[in-house]
Design a protein around this ligand. Sequence first.
Ligand SMILES: *Cc1c(COP(=O)(O)O)cnc(C)c1O
Length: 428
Amino acid sequence: MLYKRSSQLFAEAEKVIPGGVNSPVRAFKAVGGTPIFVKSAKGAYLYDEDGNKLIDYINSWGPMVLGHAYEPVVEAVIERAKLGTSFGMPTELETQIAALAIKMVPNIDKIRFVNSGTEACMSAIRLARGYTKRDKIIKFAGCYHGHSDSFLIQAGSGAITFGSPNSPGVTAGTAKDTLLARYNDLDNVVELITANPNEIAAIIVEPVAGNMGCIPPKEGFLEGLRQLCTDNGILLIFDEVMTGFRLAAGGVQDLVGVTSDIVCFGKVIGGGLPVGAFAARAEIMNYLAPLGPVYQAGTLSGNPLAMAAGLAMLKALDADRDVFIRLKDKTAYLAAGINKVLTNNNVSFTINTIGSMISVHFDENAVVDFQTAAKGDNETFKKFFHGLLQEGIYIAPSAYETWFITDALTYEDLDFTIQAIDKVSKTF
Ligand SMILES: *Cc1c(COP(=O)(O)O)cnc(C)c1O
């Protein structure tokens, strides 16, 4: 058995950690079996506790866009650690990373750092509510904005008017302020705005969806949201926790030329340390404490180790903008290879890609929103996932996840992956 020690470690973890994991998707519930325990990682590869080497297509769910243990990031963290790991006081590093992020991302004047993408999105909607003096928000089914209460909402029976909690512990009171729309469906957004005149503070959206597989926005969708927000005094929030500093130096705003009012970051911006951030024009950001009335704070926000890692990462991306072209080329090569072998093996599938994000759905129809993503055949996905694991390839243990391409992947790695998919898909 290839994953013996991992399964032993999981059994031990289950005794002391709920479900054995600190974030549910890691537990392999959607695919069966037990999770792989990592010992170390370098470049495009993971090394697990059983001594297996795996090609990694998750990359910590996005942050390691330049590969694991990227030398400048590792060096920066080691050097900073020697100077003290947390002060709860300002450091020059915070200004440096803020200035660089503002230089790279269009349409932002100020940025505040937090500790996770969840915190960034949670703070962004509080800011939007404070700024607009309105309570309701619109989110899209299948978009993920972290685990704060306002976002753990599913379509209620009266989906047009308000959502209902999709986790115990989220109150009906919170749920009533989150309206749920279909991704890529502007008419649905218009209906919600019309039914709730002057009540909507913000529309929050993954401008390229990455948490129901990878779903690019249809032509005109983001432009339409922008216009609806401008016309109705609503703030448009781009949740670029996944796409920021990945699809382009300035994220999706940069890629498609649509501007948001508030933008959220996480993942890449921390270079693999726990970092999130939200940013906007000065007029909006000045609404935050201590300048303005909207409260937001954090003991470890702007932590020097995290800022050092993030700064090293952003500097590397800023200095080498071709990286985004290389990533796109590698992704396109992988997509073409997978397309070819799955077609040859008579598998029903759809591949979605944009930039360095790719997802394979086991259904032949176009995947454009949560409903269509949910049609994928999960039994086939399970075989696919476990088959690839046996071949030494690690993709996300859920059919609803995007694969993240890293610059550390070589074309040999991609060829190896395509061959493995050929082999595995013959057994479906
Ligand atoms: C990962 C993610 C989050 C949550 O970030 P955490 O750091 O896990 O809290 C929010 N939004 C999007 C789009 C994400 O992909």
